[in-house]
Design a protein around this ligand. Structure first.
Ligand code: FSO
Ligand code: SF4
Length: 517
């Protein structure tokens, strides 16, 4: 096998025997076959009448190859078959060779992989929007285009142009998902969340798909079951259309990489609906369920009727386990007992006057966007330290699951604003971009001239598409850690450093000093 798409790639190079994520070689091979099959389908579908179910298949096919999503060989092979059937139906055949994906000139492999991984991330976002009934022909069309380009040869300059074009399209995709989430559930409002678990049966939902959470809340209503979010589902608490459910009680656990410790011995049911599933331990695997594109051999996959998920098996499990006999106090990783979220663009722009005043009066000197994924490797304490050591006149904006490193800290307020503002999930990078653009407009300058620094953490392919969007917007001097992607070749890194001022993180002290001058 060969896989180097995430931050856990063995030795900072690639997983070649078995995935550090637990992905076995046969699944890796099946995913490569799936990518090749999708490329052939994209070529064959060019110029043909668009078809919604084909679009859904392309999204699911790309999404299934994202890190920590699908570990089931049969499932992935089933997708390969579906894609090939559709290709044959359109009169095409399978031309693109699997091996050619990861072979050839290192810079070409690097640029091709960057585009492919970005497409995988964007497909997941497009899928979340689609299930809420939101699609965009340009975004969907670019999934096909991107796959075709992955199967073609290009010069370095052409690859870079494709990556920038992709970054702009991914902005549209995140905008679409923002419209889908806020259009369906309203704009997030600042909300406090408990980290405790109440007595009685409970279900924990992990992932990004807000519609799945709503349906779980509907199906558990009146059954005496409490529902908790986990990982990237945390920002769901801020949405009026979800926070109105009284049995949505709080958040369970911390970031995804701690699930094997945190789920062990917990008498509740756990559902994974998007990424971030780790190989379950035998001690709790009987209570973990997968849904939608997620699959793991031996775990129960929730059945679907007319495309909607039946949570019955998880409900029965939660009732049978019965939950804790008494309230359990849990904390975040720094010992804090409450978390806050819901500072999306509407909430922040609603207090734009106060924000601008705070900057003008000098109460707020700098904004730090500390966002991205969390992960298992050491070195991520950097993000906790950076936030802890940032001075009292800074505001920390955050999004995605990397926030679990510091979201239980009480950072107090500045100029009447909380110092820590959780914008939401990784896809809410869209909201962060809108906030940055609004600030730039208010101060009549460019985003790069704002007292704003981006310090990002990456783990998987959603982070890749977001990074490409930020670069395509011309945002410079982004700091990236905890390590740089294995798929970025030295020459490509040289270009990113030269054109965009992209920097690897250093120590928290050094970076803070450089950022705050
Ligand atoms: Fe995190 Fe996992 Fe959202 Fe990722 S939960 S690591 S970038 O899948 O998607 O932030
Ligand atoms: Fe390795 Fe990451 Fe690929 Fe898993 S997804 S096989 S950890 S590079």
């Amino acid at each position: 096998m060969f896989c180097f798409q995430c931050e856990q790639a063995v030795g900072g190079k690639a997983c070649t025997k078995v995935g550090a994520c637990g992905k076995p070689p046969e699944v890796s091979a099946a995913q490569d076959e799936l990518t090749a099959a999708l490329t052939s389908l994209a070529k064959t579908a060019e110029g043909k009448t668009p078809d919604s179910s084909r679009d859904g298949l392309v999204m699911r096919g790309l999404f299934a190859t994202v890190t920590n999503v699908n570990f089931d060989n049969q499932d992935v092979k089933g997708l390969v078959e579906e894609v090939r059937r559709e290709t044959r139906r359109l009169g095409g055949d399978t031309g693109f060779k699997v091996a050619s994906l990861w072979q050839g000139d290192p810079d070409t492999v690097s640029l091709r992989s960057t585009l492919l991984f970005g497409l995988r991330g964007m497909a997941a976002y497009a899928w979340h929007a689609r299930v809420l009934g939101y699609t965009d022909a340009e975004v969907t069309g670019w999934l096909y285009k991107g796959l075709r380009e992955v199967g073609r040869e290009h010069s370095v300059a052409e690859w870079l142009e494709l990556l920038m074009e992709f970054g702009r399209i991914n902005l549209k995709c995140m905008e679409l998902l923002d419209a889908a989430n806020t259009g369906t559930f309203g704009h997030p409002v600042p909300t406090q969340i408990s980290t405790a678990v109440e007595p009685g049966p409970f279900i924990v939902m992990s992932g990004h798909d807000l519609l799945d959470l709503k349906e779980l809340l509907d199906q558990t209503a009146g059954k005496g079951i409490s529902v908790y979010t986990h990982g990237e589902m945390l920002p769901a608490h801020g949405y009026p259309g979800l926070k109105k459910y009284p049995h949505l009680k709080g958040n369970f656990g911390t970031a995804w990489q701690n699930q094997q410790q945190e789920f062990a011995g917990a008498p509740g049911a756990f559902i994974f609906n998007t990424n971030c599933l780790m190989p379950p331990k035998a001690s709790y695997s009987d209570r973990v369920f997968t849904s939608a594109v997620v699959a793991y051999p031996g775990l129960r996959h929730l059945p679907e009727t007319d495309g909607r998920i039946d949570y019955g098996p998880a409900i029965q499990k939660a009732l049978a386990l019965g939950g804790y006999p008494a309230r359990q106090e849990f904390t975040g990783i720094n010992g804090g007992k409450t978390l806050t979220t819901g500072f999306g663009r509407e909430a922040v722009m609603g207090v734009a006057g106060a924000v601008i005043e705070a900057v003008k009066s000098g109460a707020v000197k700098h904004f730090l966007l500390v966002g991205g994924c969390d992960g298992a490797k050491p070195g991520r304490n950097y993000y906790t330290e950076l936030v802890q050591k940032s001075p009292a006149d800074t505001v920390i904006l955050t999004l995605a699951c990397g926030k679990y490193r510091f979201n239980d800290l009480d950072l107090g307020t500045v100029g009447g604003l909380p110092r820590l503002l959780d914008i939401g999930q990784c896809n809410d990078a869209y909201s962060a971009i809108r906030i940055a653009l609004a600030l730039a407009e208010a101060f009549k300058c460019g985003v790069n001239e704002l007292p704003l620094s981006l310090v990002l953490s990456w783990y998987e392919q959603k982070a890749v598409c977001i990074l490409l969007t930020l670069l395509a917007l011309g945002i410079k001097n982004i700091r990236l850690g905890p390590t740089l992607p294995a798929f970025i070749s030295p020459n490509v890194l040289g270009v990113l450093v030269e054109q965009f001022g992209l920097k690897p993180i250093d120590s928290a002290e050094t970076d803070l000093k450089a950022i705050l001058g």
